[in-house]
Every structure is written in C-alpha cells, then in structure tokens.
Design a protein around this ligand. Structure first.
Ligand code: 5AD
Ligand code: FES
Length: 337
C-alpha cells in the first residue's frame, strides 16, 4: 500500500471494509491458530525517564521489585505446566541482573523446557545481545515507539532514536526473531506519522509487531494528555496486517485495558497472538505502565483459562506449536544474514 492510501484509511471513519480485508489476510497468511505467549514481568526497575511510562525512574510512587533468578525460573516452569510453548521475559530498562546471571537462567530454561524464549529488556550492548543469543534466547522485543524522531526525543528524553535503530539492526544480525512496534495516539502524533511507522515496519521486515493505544498515566508528566483511541489502534493494526502480511501480531493488554472487548476486536481485524500475564500476582500491581491495567488480581492459571476461552468463542484455536516467525525461514533461504 502507498503512503497516501494508508493515511486515507487511517482517517476513514468507516472501518468495516478495512477490518474485513485484514481478517481475510490474517486467515490466508497465518491461519486460525492463536499463539499464546506467557508474559513474565520480572522487574519494574528502570533507569530511563520516558514521559509516558509509569515505571520511569522519577516516579517515586512505584514500589520497585526484582524477582530472583530462581523465582523467574519457577515462574517459567509454571507457564510451561500450564501449556505455554513460549514465554516473554520483560523488565524495565537496564535493570540490575548481571549478564552472566541472565545467561545462566536462559540456558537452564532452554535445557529443561521445550519453550521458545523472548526477551523484552530494552537497549543493551551488542555483546550483551550476543551473549543472550548464545545462551539460547530466540526472540527479542524492542518497540521503536514512534518513527517521528522529534517526538521520540521529546517522549524519551534520555534515549536516542539512532541507538534504538542500531539495537534493532544488531538483534537482526545476531539471528534473533525481532519484534518492534509503537504506541498509537501519542500526544503530537498525526496519522501521517503512523503511516510512516507502518512503512518502516515493512522495511525492517519484522517478525513480530506489537502495538497498543497510548494510555495517559496520572503518575507521569503526560497525566493531562488525551489517551489514544481503540478505534485508531485497530485501524493501525489492520493496516499493519495488510502491509506486512505474515507477521505475528498480538492483541495487546493495552487494547484490553481500553475496552473490555479490545483484544477480541483485535483478533478479528488482524491479530493472531495473545500474551497472557503469568507474573506472580503479588508483583502485578507494581508493573503498571499505564492505569487500569487488566488482570492485576489474577493468577497465572486464571489468565490461561480466560484467554483460551476467548479464542474458542471466536471460532479460533489455540496453536500447539511454539509459533516461530513465518518470515525467518524465508530470510535464511534468501541468505540475507
Ligand atoms: N500507555 C500505553 N503503552 C505504554 N507503554 C509504556 N507506557 C505506556 C502507556 N502509558 C508501552 C511502550 C513499551 C511497552 C512495553 O509498553 O510501547 O514499549
Ligand atoms: Fe523505562 Fe522508558 S521509562 S524504558
């Protein structure tokens, strides 16, 4: 799709045709299987000060926690027992675990369980990424948040857009399955910028793309900013499906937090992945990037039941394989490493 066509669709209030086409492309490209990734939010410590995020270091109202390596391992085991084929280990940026400890954890997980492991722990050095890969990590999530560089610098005052792009390039070179994405409805973000984000996603040939509405957090400097809408987020999702074809696209927690039906709606206009929370209940209330996050009182097993029920209600099936990238093998075949 051309840039002007994408912009036209983002501005079009009538979404029925767009959503129908995205659902058709989803079925054709990735089928009816929905992949479940168990999300473990293992630490909320963060060195950055992103304006939108509840975990920013200046937020003194957060009780900081760090699960021990053993606790993380036990949580992974719980996920495996529940039936997950893939887990995501997520934390704030530059939290305090030594690289050796993380690598030890990764190799133990890979040795004991048949699970795909995704890391979502922010910007690191190339050497650290290489060590995680060698220890067995399969995938890495690092959203670029917005490709409008000025907006990026405003919202992430202590980060650099160039560095983030470099991290994404390193991850690709090192052989990770790479996920990225954006927030939709950021203050100052026009439809034209979202169109550029979508075209960048296409260019980066991402294996996974996670997007969600920006939700204003009262504990941040953006407390008064209007939140994004589910409507524009779903249009963006549908367009990403149509443009990037066989990418893995989650119906995200932020979508579900905006609207009780948010994730169901996303699964019907392009999404084919869900990321149920498997974090031990006692930590969940402390991992609030945005307010009114769902499932905060639930236990890992509750989220599995709720989500697998949702998938069946929509006439879809919980996929039984680890849900590796569908782009990965063709890229290897083309020799583009
Ligand atoms: N609203 C919505 N999403 C947010 N994130 C961080 N803060 C917010 C917020 N206030 C998203 C970012 C980050 C991901 C883990 O959560 O896109 O990459
Ligand atoms: Fe932690 Fe942005 S506040 S990475």
């Amino acid at each position: 799709m051309r840039r002007d066509e994408i912009i036209k669709q983002l501005k079009n209030p009538d979404t029925s045709e767009l959503f129908r086409e995205a659902d058709r492309v989803r079925k054709e490209q990735v089928g009816d299987g929905v992949h479940l990734r168990g999300l473990i939010e293992f630490s909320n410590a963060c060195v950055r000060d992103c304006l939108y995020c509840g975990l920013r270091r200046s937020n003194r109202d957060v009780k900081r926690y760090q699960m021990s390596i053993d606790e993380i391992f036990e949580t992974v085991q719980t996920a495996q027992k529940l039936g997950y084929r893939s887990v995501v280990l997520q934390s704030g940026e530059n939290c305090q675990y030594p690289t050796d400890a993380m690598c030890g954890l990764l190799s133990k997980i890979k040795k004991e369980f048949n699970l795909a492991v995704t890391l979502s722990i922010g910007e690191k050095t190339r050497e650290e990424y290489a060590a995680f890969k060698a220890a067995g990590a399969d995938r890495y999530l690092l959203r670029f948040e917005t490709s409008a560089e000025k907006l990026f610098s405003k919202l992430k005052p202590d980060s650099s857009y160039g560095q983030r792009m470099l991290c994404l390039q390193w991850l690709r070179e090192l052989g990770f399955q790479v996920g990225s994405g954006i927030m939709v409805g950021l203050p100052g973000q026009a439809e034209e910028m979202i169109a550029d984000d979508i075209l960048l996603m296409e260019k980066l040939d991402l294996d996974m793309i996670g997007i969600g509405p920006f939700i204003a957090n009262p504990q941040t400097p953006l407390n008064d900013a209007p939140s994004g809408t589910l409507d524009l987020t779903l249009k963006t999702l549908a367009l990403i499906r149509i443009v990037t074809k066989n990418t893995h696209l989650p119906a995200t927690t932020a979508m579900g937090s905006m609207d009780p039906q948010g994730r169901e709606k996303a699964l019907q206009c392009g999404a084919n992945v869900l990321m149920p929370n498997v974090t031990p209940t006692m930590y969940r209330e402390h991992y609030q990037l945005y307010p009114n996050k769902i499932c905060i009182k639930d236990k890992p097993g509750d989220c599995w039941m709720c989500i697998s029920g949702m998938v069946r209600m929509l006439g879809r099936v919980v996929a039984e394989d680890p849900g590796h990238s569908l782009k990965f093998s063709s890229r290897l075949f083309r020799g583009s490493y």
